[in-house]
Design a protein around this ligand. Structure first.
Ligand code: ZN
Length: 80
């Protein structure tokens, strides 16, 4: 299966590019994929989920939603 070549960084809104090389057999559910943001240089390690395959209306977290969740958790942790 394919994963997005780029995602929008939820930290700064810049484009984050895929930096992981795909396995020979392609990405599988549960694989970790890493993205690097060209804006804030943050690295995003995300897990490939079923809904990343080709669902037009995902009901479970996608890579983008997962990234948002990571950001939210990070903000909570640094609030005090
Ligand atoms: Zn960024």
């Amino acid at each position: 299966m394919e994963v997005p070549k780029t995602i929008v960084c939820v930290d700064c809104g810049e484009t984050a590019h895929l930096i992981s090389y795909p396995p020979e057999e392609g990405w599988a559910i549960g694989d970790y994929v890493a993205y690097r943001c060209r804006g804030c240089n943050d690295r995003w390690d995300l897990v490939v989920s079923e809904e990343d395959q080709d669902s037009p209306a995902p009901t479970h977290p996608t890579i983008a939603e997962e990234a948002r969740a990571i950001l939210a958790a990070r903000r909570e942790n640094s609030s005090d």
